[in-house]
Write a protein that binds this ligand. Sequence first.
Ligand SMILES: Cc1ncc(COP(=O)(O)O)c(C=O)c1O
Length: 453
Amino acid sequence: MSYYPYQSRYKKMIVGTDVLIPLTNGRYAKEINFDNAATTPPLISVMKAINDFAPWYSSIHRGSGYKSQLSSEIYENARKIIGKFVNIDNDFSTVIFVKNTTEALNKISDKLAQSKKDGIILSSYMEHHSNDLPWRKNFRIDYINITKKGNLCINSYANKLRRYNGKVKLVTLSGASNVTGYKTNIHQFAELAHKYGAKILIDGAQLIPHSPINMKSHYDSKHIDYLVFSSHKIYAPFGTGVLIAPKDTFSRGTPTQVGGGTVKMVTPSYVIWDDLPHKEEAGTPNLMGIVALQTAISTLSKIGMDEIENFELKLTQYTLDKLNKFKDVIIYGNERDCNNRIGIITFNIKGLHHSTVAEILSKEAGISVRSGCFCAQPYIQKLLNLSPREIYAHKNNPYSPHPGMVRISFGLYNDYGEIDVLIKLIKKIIKNKTYYRKKYPCKDYEIFNSARY
Ligand SMILES: Cc1ncc(COP(=O)(O)O)c(C=O)c1O
């Protein structure tokens, strides 16, 4: 496999890639950002679009001035751009703008709870807390099992659907895991959900920026009913999120949030709610965020989502091949290849706490990663094979060490040269553990003898 070009040709499209980071040795290094699963820097095209649009920015929907009309047109047109990007079925679905994925999931949960709280929500042990807690709040929830390697277990899924015999209201799953990078076979899961009369929601927070997605026609049994994602993970960090849902979920009843922008008519005793999607967008919308998001989508579409996915997976395979050479590195999930995944790798170095490794990478080479549980504690507990005693140790004693891992997550602007810097430093860390332990004392107590941490 050819790994060249050595440097990503997309790097120059991103803001801040040449920023210098202070190191502990007094020198500076260009930041290497391997924390794209948390959030992504803006595209240069996004910043330019915001600047170009700023003189035209105005109130949307209710203003009569030229700028207002223009702003409204841009805002409404963004729904079409997003719909096309994920191939929504316009006859059945609506695009609602929210703040982020978390808000979208809470909104859907609250809306579904308005009608009936019966029915089961089927989720999985692979989920981010944002695709778990909003459902726990309102419904009875059950979880699809995962395999030892952390994959969703299709047999467990099929069995649960069969056992609940039509009582599952909604299946809600990550399109891609923010921990192992596993991609869910969303259309296979959708087909089964529909066979048992359930709808399916895909949490696209990690999928949308790294892989093409097709929601498909509602007449196709493999279609996706609900899709949610955040713009800050797709190079447009300006506070917008997207919720795509069947219109009939939100068309009846009271909006989940009420106020300006949600009504057709209000008297002291009477309210007529506006049509969708406006009735679900209370308050002044984040137009600048929408300009940012639609520009990011246009830029990524020009490159091609297949091309982005292929490139990021090449980076991932290159890194896996190198990490696998270290016997002191434990990789979680699929440690060998890039089948059905996005560019996320989680690992630990035996005998070093995850937070220490993350600190060394940052302070010795300007490499940003994330360490800990990545808002997916049940998944981490399973991947680390923690016993109930180990899990509850932290509940009973908040000063007990936090389990966790180190996560590398790629964006389209990362490159092989950056990975080589990381690998070189990991090699050095493994060779000099005692030295680094002394230099960066672990704040999370003495647990170095456990390979799990
Ligand atoms: C899989 C997944 N779902 C949901 C979220 C929540 O996204 P946000 O914080 O943008 O609401 C994240 C964030 O990391 C995520 O990775």
